[in-house]
Design a protein around this ligand. Structure first.
Ligand SMILES: O=c1ccn([C@@H]2O[C@H](COP(=O)(O)OP(=O)(O)O[C@H]3O[C@@H](CO)[C@H](O)[C@H]3O)[C@@H](O)[C@H]2O)c(=O)[nH]1
Ligand SMILES: [Mn+2]
Length: 369
């Protein structure tokens, strides 16, 4: 029996403030993998993990214990807390999913294996420099079209795979309010395509069905400060997406969007969402031109170096919008410090042989197995 793809190289990160019963439906696909569950909200609440899953579970007390003062960069009472799982994972790949997402069926009625498709997306190159009109040329049954430069057909490594959603689409509150009954169904809105987002183009990254290569872009996968005590919500994944796309463009890494679909079951309350989002809706009109104009120095050759540079520019150029960005720039630095503590490059290759460049932090002690 063949091993599930990347079984020992991929962690599944789930933020939850509700319940993990949804895992029952995913059991055939997720059970072979290690789960990192980030329990948000009241740490004294008991969250039941269905039998048979291999997991570590962290609540707010654990995050505070493990990170100490650096825990200030991890959001509380917001799905942005999921990035703590990205930080303490030891695996090369991450898949993150919300607890109201289920297995979707493709138009033929077949269950969609989101992990298999994300892994396929991540393990095949991206083509950010020249658009292929038959979309992802590395998929079965398709290829580069006539006129596609052969010098560009090797593509670049793929850093991030952004999946989509049937049933409840990820709309902002105003759109949700004017289209409360709109549903994506496999008959009318299933688009059978994976495409590379071209270099120089930003995109609205949603965190509910997302996979990425931690070794390539982990340090840039910080879900920004939201939730308790913050002036904005539901922009954690958006801010992160703009940062990581700028970093990928600079490092010539690829970002893909499209398949796989999952079934998003619950529409969150549009009035609550409007309150969370409203500042983000007008801030983004200034943020997008900022991110479109970001230039990173040539000597930024890693996601970590790019991110530190980005944090400086966020503070310098966005704080005029709102003091929040001053705090955000600092939180981005704290995130990198925490990342370095838990993900030290243990060995640097030098002409004199391997040298330990930085001692790793203690292993975080998860709450349960
Ligand atoms: O305080 C909280 C609220 C929620 N969670 C967990 O986060 C995910 C998403 O929650 P939910 O499904 O209620 O929110 P949506 O509006 O559908 O999510 C979209 O908006 C983004 C919010 O930034 C999110 O990434 C998108 O998917 C669930 O697992 C909740 O249990 C939480 O941990 N803390
Ligand atoms: Mn949801």
């Amino acid at each position: 029996m063949s091993q599930p793809l990347l079984k020992d190289d991929l962690d599944i990160v789930i933020p939850t403030i509700r319940s993990l019963d949804f895992l029952e439906m995913w059991r055939p696909i997720f059970e072979p993998y290690h789960l990192i569950i980030i329990q948000d909200g009241d740490p004294n609440k008991e969250i039941k993990v269905p039998e048979g899953f291999d997991y570590e579970l962290y609540n707010r007390n654990d995050i505070n214990r493990i990170l100490g003062p650096k825990a200030s960069c991890i959001s509380f009472k917001d799905s942005a807390c999921r990035c703590f799982g990205f930080l303490i994972s030891k695996k090369k790949y991450i898949f993150t999913i919300d607890d109201d997402c289920f297995v979707a069926k493709d138009p033929s009625g077949k269950d969609i294996n989101v992990l298999a498709q994300h892994i396929q997306n991540l393990l095949t190159p991206s083509t950010p420099f020249f658009f292929n009109t038959l979309y992802d040329p590395f998929r079965e049954g398709t290829d580069f079209v006539r006129g596609y430069p052969f010098s560009m057909r090797e593509g670049v490594p793929t850093a991030l795979s952004h999946g989509l959603w049937l049933n409840i689409p990820d709309y902002d509150a105003p759109t949700q309010l004017v289209k409360p009954l709109e549903r994506n169904t496999s008959s009318n809105r299933y688009v059978d395509a994976v495409m590379t987002i071209p270099k120089g183009t930003l995109f609205p990254m949603c965190g509910m069905n997302l996979a990425f290569n931690r070794e390539l872009v982990g340090p840039a996968m910080y879900f920004h400060l939201m939730g308790d005590g913050q002036p904005v919500g539901r922009y954690d994944d958006m801010f992160c997406g703009w940062c990581v796309k700028v970093v990928c463009d600079h490092l010539n890494l690829g970002v893909k969007t499209g398949l796989p679909y999952l079934w998003h079951s619950k529409a969150s309350n549009p009035f609550v969402n409007l309150k969370k989002e409203f500042k983000g809706i007008y801030w983004q009109e200034e943020m997008i031109p900022f991110f479109q104009g970001v230039i990173l120095p040539k000597d930024c050759t890693t996601a970590e170096a790019c991110y530190i540079e980005l944090s400086k520019q966020v503070k310098e150029k966005l704080s005029s919008i709102d003091p929040y960005f001053e705090k955000l720039g600092d939180a981005m630095v704290t995130w990198i410090e925490a990342w370095q503590e838990y993900n030290p490059p243990l060995v640097a290759k030098t002409t004199d042989g391997p040298v330990v460049v930085r001692k790793g932090g203690d292993e975080p002690t998860p709450k349960t197995k």
